[in-house]
Design a protein around this ligand. Structure first.
Ligand SMILES: CC(C)(COP(=O)(O)OP(=O)(O)OC[C@H]1O[C@@H](n2cnc3c(N)ncnc32)[C@H](O)[C@@H]1OP(=O)(O)O)[C@@H](O)C(=O)NCCC(=O)NCCS
Length: 109
């Protein structure tokens, strides 16, 4: 598996970094996006997605490790019904912080 990232700047919106995990045939196995609001941390991690055929193989874990390589502090959110995401975040020792009834929020430290 290869993870590569591309940084994009949007006028008025700071920068985004898109990470893509690909197999040897260059097919996309998973992806995630970091929203970096003008260099402030924590940055926001959004759009974490692993293609169903590739799940439970550590791809999301590796994508988030790649994020960690660029950003010291990041936050993520998920819906309370999303037990897969919560299992992942807890396995990575992310800390649960404030949230609302419809959103759970986690931070890297
Ligand atoms: C959540 C998601 C990104 C996990 O991706 P993944 O590549 O399968 O995750 P990993 O293989 O790195 O899993 C690491 C750990 O997360 C937890 N986990 C992952 N999927 C799980 C599931 N279906 N049920 C329970 N725990 C799960 C486990 O602790 C797992 O470790 P283990 O396999 O050794 O038990 C994937 O299921 C997905 O794309 N879901 C749809 C989109 C989504 O919900 N994104 C989250 C953002 S809100």
């Amino acid at each position: 598996m290869i993870i590569h990232s591309r940084r994009r700047g949007y006028p008025g919106h700071g920068t985004y970094r898109h990470y893509t995990a690909r197999d040897e045939q260059w097919s996309v196995m998973g992806e995630v996006t970091v929203i970096n609001g003008f260099g402030r941390e924590p940055v926001y991690v959004q759009g974490l997605w692993v293609e169903p055929d590739y799940r439970r193989q550590g791809i999301a874990t590796q994508l988030l490790h790649a994020v960690k390589g660029h950003y010291a502090r990041f936050t993520l959110a998920c819906h309370p019904s999303n037990t897969e995401a919560q299992g992942l975040y807890r396995k990575l020792s992310l800390k649960q912080t404030e949230g609302t009834g419809s959103i759970m929020r986690f931070t890297s430290n």
